[in-house]
Ligand binder design. Structure first.
Ligand code: 4AD
Ligand code: MG
Length: 439
């Protein structure tokens, strides 16, 4: 007997198969019962007929409950009208008859669902989101593999801050202090001097106090870094990568996008070139849209929302004021108050999905930046002392320094946009936020 997954069921029309899954829904007319089965790979209807089953089995079938786990033996048939397949049940047995399932069809509040995240993962929306997330992960590995990048795993326990000191998780490290990584970038800058083009992909941590729809305290970041690449090339690679990722979802996940009722038109625009505007141009546009953002301000979440609602494809915002960006970004040689950076914003109100820049590659300039950053940094450096803990990073500018650039995406932000859902917490299997560590 073939043990078959629903995703492959079309190949078995007319044949008897074994299917293992859970009962996601059921109804009965008294003589015939319909069970909607999900097995992780898809959904299919099983038809139980009083005339086909033994009396004893038919009685057993009356015990079914939502989420009961079953083994079914049946014959595959194609739905007369739709591209769907059904199973005419010959025999079945329960692995377990589920207790009353807490999640029902009625609208539950987000807190209830998040408290029951271990069960909520099974619902069709959540199933679709994780499948799309998986495609985005695979597409990332594929793109980099096809473009001569190698994967370098950066550490999670680190001696100092990468991005900002206010969002660090600190922990005891054998009588010293250590910090959970905010981004693997600095380590990738070392690795490019050995491998040219590299990426990492793993969990990073930010002790974000913000309770917004786009902030998690633990999320998955992909950092990429390239030797001999300037800001333009950095943006070209990001555009190609994001296009590749979204195209993969459109090729593999139409069923999931339909479950999520995602309008796919904005995703199909991904084939067109992305927009590019400078921070100064964005500020001008934002003023027209009613924002009171100042020339030297960072773009707030609200600014990103109103700006990106104007667009139908991702937008690079370049050349931010130096004061709002990280110490490692290279200054614009044409305007010292700006840095050679770009944030990639997703359209439709979503906002930042990627942060990236050309890096400062000159030893003296970088040391100056670290010195400026030092008052904040030294308190957050395990070794203590001026610029200490940073010698290794400065070394990279001493031994064969090269122009280089890189970027990092937040997987949950991209997944939220592609899925068309409001909050990043649904895009990660077990979200961690300022007020949630459970389950
Ligand atoms: O813009 P960020 O802070 O950039 C960096 O960390 C760089 N070192 C990356 C690099 O150049 N290699 O973070 C990168 C991305 C953001 O664009 C956003 O998508 C995501 O990480 N992100 C978050 N996602 C969820 N929750 C948070 N608290 C996030 N903070 C950043
Ligand atoms: Mg950023």
């Amino acid at each position: 007997m073939n043990k078959v997954l629903i995703t492959n069921i079309a190949k078995y029309v007319g044949q008897e198969i074994e299917l293992n899954g859970w009962v996601a829904n059921f109804r009965s007319s008294g003589k015939i019962a319909f069970w909607q089965i999900r097995d992780g790979s898809g959904f299919c209807q099983a038809i139980l007929d009083v005339k086909v089953l033994s009396e004893e089995k038919w009685q057993e079938a009356q015990k079914v409950t939502l989420e009961s786990s079953v083994k079914i033996i049946g014959v595959v048939a194609k739905h007369p009208k739709k591209e769907e397949y059904e199973l005419q049940v010959k025999d079945f047995s329960f692995y377990q008859i589920a207790k009353e399932y807490p999640i029902s069809k009625k609208d539950h509040g987000p807190d209830f669902l998040l408290d029951n995240r271990h069960l909520w993962l099974r619902s069709s929306h959540q199933w679709a989101i994780q499948r799309i997330r998986n495609t985005l992960i695979l597409a990332t590995y594929e793109y980099f593999n096809q473009n001569n990048f190698i994967k370098i795993d950066s550490p999670i326990l680190t001696p100092s801050a990468c991005e900002g000191t206010t969002e660090l998780f600190e922990l005891e490290y054998f009588g010293d202090k250590a910090y959970l990584s905010q981004s693997g970038q600095l380590y990738l800058e070392a690795a490019i001097m050995a491998h040219g083009k590299v990426f990492d992909f793993g969990p990073v941590f930010r002790a974000e106090k913000s309770k917004t729809r786009r902030h998690l305290t633990e999320f998955w970041m992909m950092d990429a870094e390239m030797a001999f690449a300037d800001l333009e090339e950095n943006m070209r690679v990001q555009e190609e990568l994001v296009r590749y990722m979204v195209k993969s979802v459109l090729e593999k996940n139409m069923q999931e996008l339909a479950i999520l009722e995602r309008d796919i038109k904005p995703l199909e625009n991904i084939l067109k070139p992305f927009y590019k505007i400078t921070h100064a141009e964005a500020v001008k546009k934002l003023h027209e849209l009613g924002s009171d953002i100042k020339e030297d301000d960072d773009m707030g979440a609200d600014d990103e929302t109103i700006l990106t609602k104007q667009y139908d494809n991702p937008i690079f915002v370049t050349h931010y004021p130096k004061g709002v960006k990280a110490f490692y970004m290279k200054r614009d040689p044409k305007n010292d108050s700006r840095v050679l950076c770009a944030d990639l914003l997703a359209p439709e109100g979503y906002g930042e999905i990627i942060g990236g820049s050309q890096r400062e590659d000159n030893f003296d300039e970088l040391r100056k930046r670290i010195e400026e950053f030092k008052p904040k940094q030294s308190a957050f450096s395990a070794q203590g002392g001026p610029a200490s803990g940073w010698e290794w990073y400065l070394d990279l500018r001493k031994y064969g320094s090269v122009p280089h650039s890189g970027f990092g995406f937040g997987l949950e932000r991209i997944t939220a946009w592609v899925c068309g859902i409001a909050h990043v917490r649904e895009t990660i299997p077990f979200p961690r936020t300022i007020n949630r560590l459970n389950p």
